[in-house]
Design a protein around this ligand. Structure first.
Ligand SMILES: [Fe+2]
Length: 275
């Protein structure tokens, strides 16, 4: 096995592990590596939908997306398609997946099927380091605080993207989570707000809440907390959605990144109530 770090902050490309193998032993190794590096990347893994599902189930119960339809034969898999001439793609600013749910996603397994020759890399950011390096005054202000995370409604996940199909749910809802959560497995503190879904700090007036959140979001964007993965076809990313944020870069510009389809298969594993 070979593990090559992607940056000083997080992420590792792993060689010598076969993702078709969903045995307990193989999964234990993958989970340990994921907890250590937070985001793992594997290339040339031509796994079937069933193999992707089998591996995902080792992490826990699978989750269905609240707004978007899964595949007809494999509803656990959400196919993310960016049309050739689309300039936008799913998840194009920093976020933690479905942090608006009562039990946000634990782990994501994302498999590439069709990848543009250039454009659409995914960036990841380490929210343990973001907490450690956060200004002490802000740490004091948010100690013990919770924040509201909003689901934004179906339009944010469907209408903007020509190839994404809604499941008919149009309800918008929100949930509260601790702004600093403890990772259930590593016991490390994680800065658990994100600029896409986190709307307000509870028990604070709006002005102060807006100001603190703005400062935190700027801090979370620091490039030294990140790594960047350039996709190839049949690559698989497995990341810890509790301790990281990510974004799909939308560098689909005319004459260079535009004009290519991008297709990814996503499986989400259900997490727990952030504590
Ligand atoms: Fe995402």
């Amino acid at each position: 096995m070979e593990v090559n770090l992607l940056s000083g902050a997080l992420g590792a490309e792993v060689k010598g592990i076969d993702l078709k193998d969903s045995s307990e032993k193989n999964w234990q190794l993958i989970n340990l590596l994921m907890l250590e590096h937070k985001a793992l990347f594997f290339r040339d893994q031509d796994i079937t939908c069933e193999e992707q599902i089998n591996l995902a189930k080792k992490f826990g119960p699978l989750e269905r997306h609240v707004y978007v339809k899964g595949l007809k034969d494999h509803p656990e898999i959400l196919r993310i398609v960016k049309g050739a001439e689309e300039k936008h793609q799913w998840g194009e600013t920093w976020h933690t997946d479905v942090s608006y749910n009562p039990k946000p996603t634990k782990v994501i397994i994302l498999r590439s099927r069709k990848i543009p020759p250039v454009g659409g890399d995914t960036m990841f950011s380490n929210m343990e380091i973001a907490y450690e390096t956060l200004d002490n005054e802000i740490k004091k202000k948010i100690k013990g605080k919770k924040a509201i995370h909003s689901s934004l409604g179906a339009a944010a996940f469907v209408d903007k993207y020509t190839e994404m199909e809604g499941n008919g749910n149009l309800d918008e809802y929100s949930n509260e989570h601790p702004m600093v959560r403890i990772h259930p497995e590593t016991k490390k503190k994680i800065l658990y707000v994100n600029s896409m879904y986190t709307k307000k700090i509870i028990g604070m007036d709006k002005k102060e809440s807006d100001e603190i959140l703005k400062n935190i979001f700027e801090h979370q964007e620091r490039l030294d907390f990140t790594c960047r993965f350039k996709w190839t076809e049949n690559a698989v990313a497995i990341w810890d959605n509790r301790s990281t944020q990510h974004q799909g870069l939308t560098d689909f510009f005319p004459g260079r990144g535009l004009g290519h389809e991008r297709i990814m298969d996503r499986i989400a594993i259900e997490g727990d109530h952030p504590q």
